[in-house]
Design a binder for this molecule. Structure first.
Ligand code: FEO
Length: 408
């Protein structure tokens, strides 16, 4: 593959990953992902962010470097904005190939370079505002953007072209569909990347949303013309679009939401599922958008993305051994870990000899800033009266969701 020029003496040398592997060993990427790496050339040559040796990523990178006449012995700097191994996995091998290159990372990144790769020679720590002069007018400036996504994360800015390299920030799942540039992708492709950026955000960055907002404020004064993240599209046509999108995503953790309901249910013998139908009819009577997922069959990555943006969550699950149905326990534990906060919530479900699921549900969700409607439980199968009540609860819940004002 050839390198892609993204600005004057700035090139993309990343990898388009197609694999059945899970991202972070957790999240499915059926449509792939990109690991973006960049070269900036002055008199000196810097590579910004590397790749993990995954699905031939390193060999793509080497080919792309060769296509612009660069060999590894020519590299002067490896700039590591973030030490997570998807962006540093091949560091040790490339460092040895290069011979002379110096590693530039944040103060918190420096000990991680040693911890992950055993490297401490020629490692320079930088702080916000520090610069690196590559010659020929290429001066790179560094900005700490902690916790987007790890504490050591920084962004690099090339003021000569207005190109920001923010690593995970403003990234997305989804391999390239031909072009890496936002202004060379169709509306359909953008719809795809919008869904995949929400899923990426909620799966990877979500719990750090307040840090995302701080980073956006800190980088705001820069004259940014191009955003070149380390996953997904390079934004040169409308870089403000991905920034606005990330602001919205971050505020989903903070009391802002779409007027939408995510319904998650599990059913052992069909009794809880019978009630689900009535609840859904009640929601439909108010015309509110709904996404429905069944556990354990549905993948948590997609449930999390839907829940992240929804104003309302409905859980349908039976009692199991005096507790919640186990697949729902797993899911709620994930929602708690990912800070799915400030939701309106309704729960229904069946029990056999005694209840227990509701008490367990209350315990697991008490710190999530959720606003609950009265739950609806029934013994065995739902009666006609229970089903009528389920319809009314679904309708009332949807009516409440419609009233949530837009705050952004
Ligand atoms: Fe793409 Fe947090 O690494």
């Amino acid at each position: 593959m050839k390198a892609t020029k993204i600005a004057d003496r700035v090139f993309w040398i990343g990898a388009n990953i197609s694999t059945n592997d899970l991202f972070e060993g957790i999240w499915p990427i059926p449509d792939g992902v990109t690991i973006n790496s960049y070269v900036v050339k002055g008199d000196k040559i810097a590579i910004i962010d590397l790749v993990r040796d995954w699905a031939d990523a390193t060999s793509y990178m080497l080919d792309e470097l060769k296509s612009i006449g660069i060999e590894f012995k020519d590299i002067d700097y490896f700039i590591l904005n973030h030490l997570e191994p998807d962006h540093t996995g091949n560091l040790r091998a490339l460092y040895e190939l290069s011979g002379k290159a110096e590693i530039i990372t944040s103060k918190k990144g420096k000990p991680l370079v040693k911890a992950y790769y055993g490297l401490s020679d020629k490692v320079r720590a930088v702080s916000s505002g520090d610069t690196l002069d590559l010659g020929q007018g290429k001066v790179l400036t560094f900005y700490d953007i902690p916790n987007v996504h790890w504490p050591e994360t920084m962004a690099t800015f090339d003021s000569s072209t207005g190109t920001l390299f923010p690593c995970d920030a403003f990234g997305s799942f989804g391999a390239l569909k031909g072009s890496i540039f936002d202004d060379e992708n169709s509306e359909e492709n953008h719809e795809f990347y919008e869904k995949e950026s929400l899923r990426y955000y909620s799966n990877i960055v979500g719990p750090f949303s307040n840090f995302v907002l701080k980073a956006i404020n800190a980088l705001g004064p820069l004259d940014i013309k191009i955003i070149a993240p380390s996953h997904g599209l390079v934004w040169r046509g409308d870089p403000g679009k991905i920034v606005e999108r990330y602001k919205v995503y971050a505020n989903y953790m903070n009391d802002y939401a779409e007027p939408k309901i995510t319904v998650i249910f599990g059913s052992m013998y069909g009794n809880t599922q019978r009630m689900l139908r009535s609840v859904l009819k009640g929601i439909a009577s108010e015309g509110v958008n709904v996404e429905i997922y069944k556990v354990p069959e549905a993948d948590k990555s997609y449930i999390l993305a839907s829940a992240w943006e929804s104003a309302g969550l409905i859980f349908g699950m039976p009692t199991y051994e005096y507790q919640m149905y186990p697949p729902m326990q797993d899911l709620i534990s994930l929602l708690a870990q990912k800070h799915v906060w400030h939701k309106k919530v309704f729960r229904f479900g069946s029990f056999g000899w005694s209840g227990g699921a509701q008490k367990h549900f209350d315990q697991m969700t008490e710190k999530l800033k959720w606003d609950f409607l009265e739950p609806l439980e029934f013994q065995g199968g739902p009666t006609d009266e229970d089903l009528d009540k389920g319809f009314e609860m679904g309708k009332e819940f949807a009516h409440e969701i419609k009233k949530i004002p837009k705050k952004l």
